[in-house]
Design a protein around this ligand. Structure first.
Ligand code: CP
Ligand code: NVA
Length: 339
């Protein structure tokens, strides 16, 4: 297909590199669609196939290890009738064997979307700038929006999400913390990050979220003060992928930031515990808390599947996505008229 024709086919393509192009209403819409997608999955054997990604293919590039992201994207695309092609970042040589621009232009001729887990965020921006198909951030050193979308959805699904919910992230100001901060610039809630000095989040994202004036956002260094009255205690590894050389030092510096029963006891009795996983029991979280009654870690991991399926339909079959929301609104309006 000629490039100019292809550009028309993909006109108005949407990327998902972070939350910046969304607003609160669009996020709630995506959550409602995720609920629908999740319900649909339980009705799989009903003989009513739901294949909104039929004939669509997605190229997935993984330059870092993954369990949840890779399985949930590949399975999700398959369940929606599409086909996922897995590419190891090392084998295609992103930016070394081949330029980012060429990879983006070439994959745009073969596929309908690119899902990528990369090191530098600038590389995914380069892919998005040069691809004529949607590009989805499956984690970079800067952010992990798919994770935080599934996390917030988990709270929404459980009926816990409200504008004053206090989410306390205890640990490193890393990619996952950055995405929570980005979300706080769009959806109203109370976000607190308790991190050691020198391990603060990205200052650009933090300033932008604060300037948006949507949420109360605090970055403090005292984990005990942070978790007081918390509704959600959240943590992630102390050493992210690519930081392995710093592990020993990080184990020492982060030791006071462990989520354990004592820290959990300072939060609201109803508080839930979240972890994006993989988890290191005995480091950022104790086994007792990770596997305890307040933990929702497996629910949030499962929800990666449903939320990413919803996202893929939004990006690749907007007509189907829009149809759902129109029907939804009409049904609600009819309900209201009936009283
Ligand atoms: N939480 C998460 O993204 O897990 P993986 O690194 O296993 O994909
Ligand atoms: N912060 C972690 C998240 C893993 C899902 C990392 O980047 O390794």
């Amino acid at each position: 297909m000629e490039e100019h024709v292809l550009k028309q086919v993909h006109a108005g393509k949407r990327d998902f590199l972070g939350f910046s192009h969304l607003d609160a209403a669009k996020i709630i819409e995506l959550f409602d669609y995720s609920l629908f997608i999740k319900r649909k999955r339980t009705e799989r054997s009903s003989g009513d196939p739901f294949l909104p990604l039929k004939d669509r293919t997605v190229a997935m590039i993984f330059s870092k290890p993954s369990l949840r992201t890779r399985v949930s994207f590949e399975l999700g695309i398959h369940e929606l009738g599409g086909y996922a092609i897995n590419l190891e970042g090392k084998s295609i040589g992103v930016g070394s064997r081949e330029s980012v621009e060429d990879i983006a232009r070439l994959l745009s001729r073969y596929n309908d979307a690119i899902v990528a887990r990369l090191h530098e965020h600038s590389v995914i921006e380069g892919l998005a700038a040069n691809a004529s198909i949607p590009v989805v951030n499956a984690l970079t050193d800067l952010s992990h929006p798919c994770q935080v979308l599934a996390d917030a959805f988990t709270l929404y699904e459980k009926g816990l999400w409200h504008k004053d919910i206090k989410v306390v992230f205890v640990g490193d100001g890393n990619n996952v913390a950055n995405s929570w901060i980005e979300l706080a610039g769009i959806l109203p809630f109370h976000f607190v990050l308790a991190c050691p000095e020198g391990y603060t989040p990205d200052s650009g994202l933090l300033d932008a979220a604060r300037n948006a004036g949507i949420s109360r956002i605090e970055v403090i260094h005292d984990p005990e003060a942070a978790v007081s009255d918390a509704d959600v205690l959240y943590t992630d590894v102390w050493t992210s992928m690519g930081q392995e050389d710093e592990q020993e030092e990080r184990l020492r510096i982060f030791a006071p930031y462990q989520i354990n029963s004592r820290l959990l006891g300072l939060a609201k009795p109803s508080a839930v515990v979240m972890h994006c996983m993989p988890a290191h029991r005995g480091q950022e979280i104790t086994a007792e808390v990770m596997d305890g009654p307040q933990s929702v870690v497996i629910d949030e991991a499962e929800n990666r599947l449903h939320v990413q399926k919803a996202l893929m339909v939004k990006l690749l079959n907007h007509e189907e996505y829009r149809k759902f929301h129109l029907t939804h609104r009409l049904l609600n309006a009819a309900k209201n008229i009936k009283g």
